[in-house]
Design a protein. Sequence first.
Length: 580
Amino acid sequence: MRAFLFFFSCLLFPLSLFAQPESASKNALDQHASPYLAMHGQDPVNWQPWQPSVLKTAQQNNQLIFLSSGYFSCHWCHVMQQENYQDTTVATYLNQHFLSVKIDRELSPDIDQYLIQFAQKAAGHAGWPQHVILTPDGLPFFAFVYQPKAQLLTTLKRVVALWKSSPDQVRQAALKAISKPDPVQTQPLRLTQHDFIQRFNQQLSYQADELSGGLKASNKFPNAAILQTAFDQKNRPDMISDWLQLTLDQMQSQHLFDHVNGGFYRYTIDPEWQTPHFEKMLYTQALLAKLYYQAGNEWQRKDYIETARQTLKYAETHLWNPKTQLFRGSQSAIDQNNIEGGNYLLTKEALKKKLPPDAYEQVRTEWQLDQPAPYDAGWHPKPTRQFWPIIQARLQSHPDTIPTDTKSILGWNGLMLSTYVTAYQSDPTHSKQIKQKAQRLAQRLVQAFQADPPRAFSLENKPMGKANIQDYAFVLQGLKDWQAMTKQRSIQTTLLKLQQQAETIFLSSQGWHYSDAPPLPGQHGIWAMEDDALPSPTAILDCGNSAHLAHSQNELQRYPLAYASYATAWNCHSLTERTD
């Protein structure tokens, strides 16, 4: 029985995707405003979007719930769709035995986070596409990521057999697996900001990769919150400064960065920053551009400033939506011909066709075109010693040719506003243009939060979902940074309103919640949300609140790297202070 509470995963192998079957049926996701959900609208699986009636229907029919979470730019989400969800055998089995629900993790991060936490607790790891099977009451008891067709069918049949033979045991095991709320800490806060930073630096010294930068791991993620916390220290140890510069050097010079179009990929699948996973996220651009501007200013590194400029230019060129006056969310790792990295990789023939003869010869020598290509689709460009401006211009992809998740998420745009403020302070040669763009974005975010703010806006500027704790926190921080830059006292009322609304909507006696109404049983509040690819929203909302910090001290002492954003929560700018 215990085995069914564990998370099953497998080795992943690159395949092509995106194609829809010619005689596809339609389901409830057809024409959905979310590009990720809409692409599943013609699967033969009878997908349902998440809604409160899901649990009611499942209980009435005594049906297991097959809950699948992913996002548009995720490569393996597309592979899973092509191999399984568009297969009639798999679809027939799912339709017969399960109530199948598909969520866009970017629109439903509360549900996704719950699923990920369950999977991590059961087996120590998780990922996307994330699948969790729930009892009709909504209790998770089985989880897995990508599986090829034969393995998936075997998995589903085992789950169904177990449910039919031992439903009571499944329910009891699922109830035991639900995590309990953390006990409220009533003692005074003992951990100080100084203590936290010391613990942070100690853990970082153990995990820092002093040869390649970043943290020691088989994959390399930017870990922006950790980098930012390391950088923000007033009396930073020399070891931390050296590691930071090594990391920034590696990220901008190797293949985490798109040297042709600008912008950073989400991560690399090797420890040396050489093989990127080609999806690009708006939040990655916002967090890293801000850090490169700050680092360039402190260390007088013109190359860091230029990297930050190119990153902002990428976001403005590829992700800006003039209809919404907001940035779109991401660009896919898959091109329009179903090739992973196809928008960024070039064959020898394509290079020869696009480049002048002298530039091609330079590339042929430096990129070793006479050797086998490092990727199935060709070579990933890197700056050359000569002719690089010409090469870069000739190889750029038009934004319209790259599949893009068109929804504009408010919280991620809040991060971009903070980046514009830093850009204004760090790049005086472009300060006028930067300020104009920041003002336009600030006004749009204030407007979006006037009434009942959505999570995002669609391509056509239609509201999508409801704003969650990330949206409130990141927009609040962006507007605070904007106010500090412009000294506009008129925005103070908006800031106080956002802080108060966030506490009213998301804070309970058990801690903070991701959404206003947790949709699944077993979801409860937590006092300190960890950093992941995004900084912790509770670190922003707990700004200067010693009572909230007291509740979180056990986690903050034990895992400071996981809560790096909390380094600023002790002495951050309070909204109740007077702003000149």
